[in-house]
Design a protein around this ligand. Structure first.
Ligand code: FAD
Length: 426
């Protein structure tokens, strides 16, 4: 079992679990959940609360994947434009999906409160424009959200108002979204898993699932154990790999994303960077995002890699970005850097569905999964409980395989992304 990556989150972990020894022997469960990020932990919680006997198998440790490494930004919406969703499920379907994404944010807050999870949840986010094209896109977005979706939660910030919230000269305006926020993602994920344990779910860490035989019951195997279950939930997302369930192969692409953490900022530095403690993301396709931690470090994310290897001179490049956005932080000491895999789909919409009648999955949130994965857990539990309408709405979003097969899909994605990166520069 691998240790947590050397991240700021690992060093500030405040939630621990009990009884998570690896699976041994043969077991029977109503539902076997594969993967212990937010998706799997929330599914285990909601299923256990409905009275199902749940076994959750996690290859490494709870929150070891994207969930325990993320930027921690909690946003309504999806990794794609709502137009993509409307094209697939119609305007009424997209409206319902949008409201579900807002529910995902509320659900996050409810779970934090109900289970008393010490994850430093804060509200407020800023979408920052770097160039006039971004401002025009924000204007169109704000108008569409108000007119089509009745959402009035995006507040216009002119250059001065933005500068008041984000003390950087890099931006020319933007939007403030009070309904969005940020939290400590590892403590949150562990807190949801601990709540699942209290509700009766059994969690086994260090239990990589190596085999899945469909059937009734389905058979899930690890190196030293087996679970026969009426239902299986696949929640391995970008870490699942293509071998366990061929039907999912090639539908998501793992892209690595990186974050640095600075030493704690002084009060003067906070006042001259993020005095309102907002989560910030810029409007580039390959975007930069950042926020303050509870102990006032700047957590700055943004570099990507498509081959899983850390980009060359990552630290220097991230430090240079940071200094460009906040010259006041030039030379600040960087204490941590880490990366994790984001599961992206070709159209950046989430990928929900079933294989056969009793293997369910939710994955591919395309960079915006911290809140949605919690909702996915609720929707998976609803669907397994026989109320599948909401799960099925998202399952109607169809997903193509990445072109090029296993060998060529990465170079093709790099080519496509390079196009958008070039666009980010103009
Ligand atoms: C650096 C980074 C920054 C991000 N920032 C944000 C952000 O600010 N806001 C946001 O909304 N989203 C963000 N995301 C995305 C977000 O973290 C993910 O969408 C979300 O955490 C996905 O949760 P998950 O449970 O589906 O997957 P994961 O958290 O990846 O969990 C999958 C788990 O399954 C396990 N697993 C895989 N295969 C097996 C197997 N065969 N057997 C047993 N276990 C298995 C893995 O070990 C892993 O722990 C970020 C992601 C990264 C990497």
């Amino acid at each position: 079992m691998a240790a947590y990556v050397d991240s700021y989150y690992r060093d500030t972990q405040r939630v621990s679990l009990s009884n998570t020894e690896p699976l041994h022997g043969t077991h029977r469960a109503d539902v076997c959940v594969v993967g212990g990020g937010v998706t799997g932990s929330a599914a285990a919680l909601h299923l256990a609360e409905r009275g199902y006997r749940v076994k959750l198998l996690e290859a490494q440790r709870i929150g070891w994947g994207a969930s325990g490494r993320s930027g921690g930004q909690i946003m309504p919406g999806f990794g794609t434009d709502l137009k993509v969703i409307a094209n697939a499920v119609g305007t009424a379907g997209a409206q319902q999906a949008w409201e579900m994404s807002r529910e995902a944010v509320r659900l996050t807050a409810e779970l934090v409160e109900r289970h008393d999870i010490p994850c430093d949840l804060k509200w407020g986010a800023v979408h920052a424009a770097l160039k006039p094209r971004h401002l025009r896109e924000f204007q169109a977005w704000q108008r569409e959200m108000a007119e089509v979706y009745g959402y009035h939660g995006l507040h216009w910030l002119d250059r001065e108002a933005l500068h008041e919230r984000v003390r950087s000269n890099a931006y020319i305006g933007g939007l403030h979204e009070p309904e969005a926020g940020h939290l400590h993602p590892l403590n949150y994920t562990l807190g949801v898993a601990a709540a699942a344990q209290r509700a009766g779910a059994e969690i086994h860490e260090g239990s990589a699932v190596t085999g899945l035989e469909r059937g009734s019951p389905a058979r899930v195997t690890t190196a030293e154990g087996r679970v026969d279950a009426d239902f299986v939930v696949l929640a391995g997302n970008a870490y699942l790999g293509g071998d366990l369930e061929p039907a999912l192969r090639g539908r998501i692409m793992p892209v690595s994303n990186y974050i640095i953490a600075t030493e704690p900022l002084t009060e003067h530095q906070v006042a001259n960077t993020l005095p309102y403690d907002d989560a910030v993301s810029d409007a580039n396709f390959v975007l930069d995002y950042y926020r303050l931690s509870a102990d006032r470090r700047l957590l700055y994310g943004g570099q990507v890699s498509y081959n899983g290897r850390e980009p060359r001179r990552l630290r220097e490049r991230m430090e240079a970005k940071l200094a460009r956005v906040f010259p006041v932080l030039e030379g600040i000491h960087v204490t941590h850097r880490w990366g994790g895999r984001v599961g992206i789909t070709l159209n950046r919409a989430p990928h929900f569905g079933r294989v056969g009648s009793n293997v369910y999955f939710a994955q591919g949130y395309s960079g915006q999964g911290m809140a949605l994965a919690g909702l996915a857990g609720r929707l998976l539990a609803e669907a397994i409980g026989g109320q599948a309408e909401r799960f099925d709405l998202l399952s109607r979003l169809r997903h193509q395989r990445f072109p090029g097969g296993e060998r060529l899909r990465t170079p093709l994605l790099v080519l496509a992304t390079n196009f958008y990166r070039m666009r980010d520069l103009i």
